[in-house]
Write a protein that binds this ligand. Sequence first.
Ligand SMILES: C[S@@+](CC[C@H](N)C(=O)[O-])C[C@H]1O[C@@H](n2cnc3c(N)ncnc32)[C@H](O)[C@@H]1O
Length: 228
Amino acid sequence: MIKDDEYKDRLQSTLGEYLHWYFTDKSFLHSIDWMGIPTRKLVTDVWVYQEIIFETKPDLIIEIGSLCGGSTLFFAQMLELIGNGEVLSIDISHDYFMANHPKIRKITADCSDRAVVEQVKDLSKGKRVMVIHDGDHTAEAVERDLKLYAPLVTPGMYLIIEDGVVDLLNPRSKTGEAYSSGGPLKAARNFLREMGSQFELDMRRERFILTTNPKGYLRRKPSENVNV
Ligand SMILES: C[S@@+](CC[C@H](N)C(=O)[O-])C[C@H]1O[C@@H](n2cnc3c(N)ncnc32)[C@H](O)[C@@H]1O
């Protein structure tokens, strides 16, 4: 039984300490499930996803990186609730993927493979498309994938770059950098610099403060023409 003083001690911790614990205590991180399937998400971000999906009602959610599929199942069930759309899970391996839902379609391949990009372009034609990048988190890979998949995001829809928090909270790093050449936060910053005429940062999606996706909620400006 936890004592009141222990609750008070917990409440003394900073947001940074909390996030650090959330992502470094593996037994805790690996205990997070959506409907029984492991899900690598912060609960506040999951709420934000629900808001975005309800507001934008995508025809297609492209998820790059699904791992066990808890997040994929969550997206599929949200789409089922709003009565529209399907999820495309692209992952190098679906060996650990446990989600099973009629709204989930899978492509098992490296997302940067040209043939895969062409296949996804075909599947996106005429649809209102949202893209979530939760694959390889090195800045180099994120930048490569954004070049390939950001053009598929249709006006008014979201491009979400997951896990920029790794740039800020690496326990092994003295400098605060998670990767020697940067991670998703660096990629998001560079992308916004280059593509700011087409995409805008939606800081309202970070209003809970607790997010793993700093500068990660991008929206394609609505004035753009449908691109695919
Ligand atoms: C952080 S996990 C995804 C977590 C999942 N979205 C969730 O919220 O539970 C990253 C996944 O990206 C996949 N991945 C890494 N590089 C990839 C690539 N180049 N193409 C496709 N998938 C990739 C890995 O196989 C892994 O399953």
